[in-house]
Design a protein around this ligand. Structure first.
Ligand code: SF4
Length: 525
């Protein structure tokens, strides 16, 4: 028996050796290299290059990108803002990117490559000059979805488009900037740098939110956009010169106060949730969803970037609390508790959460954004937990599920749209999968997942129109019931509103009772 096993083992080993030799022979005949592929990581950016190197910034809304650029320029960096990704960028992304990427990858990667092609073909710069004088800075993160491989996608597409060696600096969501150089760093990720970004993001948030509140009710078409454009300039000057953000937002408030509004009309309030980039971008990446909804008579409830900052604080707190239950401190991983004082870290995270909320509300009140509630991240996690495990990360993690339950439970809106990019792994599981459980348990929810493929605009618009019809009806019924309960006709309500502080000051927010602002005004006056 033993003799038989020995023979079988040696025969097996011989076959394996023979196969390996054959594979080697074939590979060398075909010119295939069998070594591990390593992506060259071009990140050389030194202090001496700073004055001649332009950092390209892109990825969020116009307000955020503009203000982040201004904050960088105050710190002494040369910066330029990429345009909002459009369909031409998408096509370039498809041409040079890997197959089967998620839709935002094609838009964002293509946008950078397209911009560099423009520098080369339209502005006459040589490829060497572009690679020497420009770099791109972007967010990245380790994670289960494709966001973790974005930076590699950028490098692959740049190389294939003829810009091999172009520097893509990854500002990680957790862990600062990866920069391997022995010389003095070109990009200093210090406290001033991080605070500059955070303040710019929050200022961008409050300006965007003011625009969404005013635009649907403006009496003179275009007056909100004109006021917001002036505010952008005020805030750019503020960040570029390092002046007080609160004081500058106060100046913006005066500009925005000039916009005349009529909030007596019931309008459906539509929240946009879903994949981070797809719900945030303001261009063809989501078929200009926000503008389309407004053109159809809706008020938009967009998710500010600050929610993401709060989520990152929540995520770290959650993970540390789980690790505290281990028999002994874990070792090795970056987040390991070995050698650390977890209770101190938890206090620091709690302080960070309070600081973010305080700064945001200070900015919000300065610009006139009253009654805006940031989500309670523990509540969102608890609401989502029975349907989507809080340990599952990637994309929006459990947030999309928790938010939808919160919207319905607390009557936050009339309708929710979830933007689901084509090829997005987490969104497919959440928007098409888990959310169907939520809508079956909360049938009153008007929920519409839309897929952004880059070429499905007509289909998406027609699906929105159908659902918006229901949301509009809901808003009108709610408003009519409120008038009925208060014993007012529409004319009487409009008259009383015009005489009240709510009618005279567009910033004054009625207490929340139901979703529509007009309905809440009926109850408030
Ligand atoms: S969440 Fe989806 S769309 Fe966004 S990076 Fe990950 S896979 Fe791509």
């Amino acid at each position: 028996m033993a003799q038989y096993e020995d023979d079988a083992t040696s025969t097996h080993a011989e076959i394996e050796d023979e196969l390996a030799a054959f594979a080697e022979e074939q590979a060398s005949e075909l010119g295939l290299h069998r070594e591990q592929w390593e992506e060259p990581n071009h990140q050389h950016f030194t202090r001496t290059q700073r004055d001649t190197t332009t950092m390209l910034v892109s990825g969020l809304t116009l307000a955020h990108d503009t203000l982040v650029c201004a904050a960088f320029s105050h710190l002494g960096y040369r910066v330029a803002q990429l345009p909002s990704p459009d369909n031409a960028a998408f096509q370039v992304g498809k041409e040079f990117g890997n197959r089967a990427q998620c839709n935002p990858t094609y838009f964002t990667v293509g946008n950078l490559v397209n911009y560099l092609i423009g520098l080369r073909d339209e502005q006459g710069m040589t490829t060497e000059e572009i690679i020497r004088d420009y770099l791109f800075i972007t967010a990245g993160a380790c994670g289960p979805c494709r966001f973790g491989t974005y930076v590699t996608e950028y490098r692959k597409a740049l190389r294939d488009a003829g810009f091999g060696g172009f520097r893509v600096m990854l500002f990680q969501q957790q862990g600062g900037l990866k920069q391997a150089t022995g010389e003095e760093l070109g990009l200093e990720v210090n406290q001033e740098f991080c605070l500059g970004i955070v303040r710019a993001l929050m200022a961008g948030d409050v300006l965007n939110l003011m625009g969404y509140r005013l635009r649907p009710y403006e009496i003179e078409a275009g007056s909100t956009d004109a006021a917001i454009a002036k505010c952008h300039q005020i805030m750019v000057d503020c960040f570029a010169s390092g002046r007080s953000v609160v004081r500058s937002l106060w100046r913006c408030r005066k500009v925005l106060a000039e916009v005349k509004t009529d909030r007596s009309q019931p309008k459906p309030l539509v929240s946009i949730i879903g994949e981070f980039w797809a719900m945030t971008t303001e261009g063809e990446g989501n078929y200009e969803l926000q503008r389309y909804l407004e053109s159809e008579g809706a008020e938009v409830d967009a998710q500010p970037i600050v929610n993401w900052l709060l989520f990152m604080v929540w995520e770290n707190t959650f993970d540390i609390k789980l690790r505290l239950d281990l028999r002994e401190a874990d070792k090795g991983a970056k987040k390991a508790l070995d050698g650390k004082t977890p209770t101190k870290t938890l206090w620091q995270l709690r302080a960070a959460d309070t600081a973010i909320r305080t700064v945001f509300q200070t900015f919000a009140h300065a610009v006139g954004l009253y009654g805006y509630h940031l989500p309670d991240m523990d509540q969102i996690a608890d609401l989502a937990k029975p349907f989507y495990d809080n340990n599952v990360r990637g994309g929006e993690a459990h947030m999309e599920v928790g938010k939808l339950v919160h919207f319905v439970d607390d009557r936050v809106n009339h309708m929710t749209i979830s933007v689901k990019p084509f090829g997005c792994m987490p969104s497919s599981g959440v928007s098409d999968g888990v959310q169907s459980i939520i809508t079956s348990k909360w049938p009153e929810a008007i929920f519409l997942p839309i897929e952004t493929t880059g070429d499905g605009k007509v289909n998406v618009y027609s699906r929105i129109q159908m659902m918006l019809f229901k949301a509009r009806q809901k808003a009108e019924e709610e408003f009519a019931t409120a008038l009925d309960q208060r014993g007012m006709t529409l004319e009487k309500f409009q008259y009383k509103l015009s005489k009240s502080a709510y009618g005279k000051r567009a910033f004054k927010r009625p207490p929340h009772k139901l979703a529509g602002v007009a309905t809440n005004l009926v109850y408030a006056i």
